[in-house]
Design a protein around this ligand. Sequence first.
Ligand code: HOZ
Length: 426
Amino acid sequence: MKRSKFLFTEAQEILPGGVNSPVRAFSRVGGNPVYFKRGKGAYLYDEDNKAYIDYVGSWGPMIAGHAHPDVIHAVQEAAQNGLGFGAPTEIETQLAKKIQLHMPTMELMRMVNSGTEATMSALRVARGFTGRDKIVKFEGCYHGHSDGLLVKAGSGALTLGEPDSAGVPQQVAEQTLTLPFNDIEAAKILFSQLGEQVAAIIIEPVAGNMGMVMPVPGFLAELKRLCLDYGALLIFDEVMTGFRVGLKGAQGLFSVQPDLTTLGKVIGGGLPVGSFGGRRDIMECVAPLGPVYQAGTLSGNPIAMASGIATLSIIEKPDFFPDLQAQTSNFVKRLEVLARDRKVPLTANSIGGMFGFFFTSDNPVSNFSQVLNSNTSNFNAFFHHMLASGINLAPSPFESGFVSGAHTEQEFAATLDAADTAFKNI
Ligand code: HOZ
């Protein structure tokens, strides 16, 4: 940690809080962030050459493991032809087709550079299409940092204890209505009063930014029904779940068809890519076809497209998701058993290659209030013990964990050994 400490001190002189994204500053867990210089497979290496088994995976995209040779090769090949043209290229259509193959609800889509851009743009499309202003989101769900979405948001906004950001105009925040996650009755009441003003419901179909919280059975389908009844659109924010909980995303797993979908993370394989898309008649509102403006110099960047295509090609292999799902679920079950044996209340869950755990005896954890009531001091103690033992977890109890195809029993066993000692000491 010696060099990480030095680098963090230096960074604080020039970057706000020393970071380019708040959660990275370790504000929630305390201590100094680790500076990484290299990743390979399931491992990251810090500036002092210490190795860590990584369960952050760049917050999701590294589903194939760090520096997968196929991805690196594709990026190098693409880079030799130039870094970007700001003009159409064949490769952006190829990535779009690959996405559509697995998510047929994406009838028309546009590439952007981040999940934030994708959600912000999808909302504009929803408003342009419906002619309505209000949107509905769920407490603890995080959809990037655009103004209207920083209302009762999760992830870094929650981590810092500031669910509402300064700088968001009141008039903008007022257009965002929030509901408790998994509470369909509350949604029905809201729609009975304001349904005709709602352009869209936006939801993480599996919440991943307040820890990982699964939808209760039927919840997503009921939301779809409400949207149909009131002429609102259903937007699945699959930036985190897309190509992570399964090849067809959460929409495939739960068999609920959103009107619009937002993607990011895995579809860029670690490079900055996002996408929003959905029903053709809705997406035809987007310029130049329609009146909703959206643009970007770096959108569809060929290097990022190449990285995304190579990553999707790896995870499309028939055994990839069954193996990832089995490994991840086995891992979290063993984690729960260890905690139980040490009499530490813990509820863990996983889906595909995504997992979460809360220090609580509530089981399941299915809403934001339960999340906030979990024991965050235990999380912090656990986190630091694991980090010292060379296990890299997200530095906040309000994030998800990610397993890659490069994690093997060797890494799981080492992680569980460290967890057992950590449970003993908290
Ligand atoms: N909002 C991201 C996690 N949910 C964190 C991004 C980052 O710090 O890189």
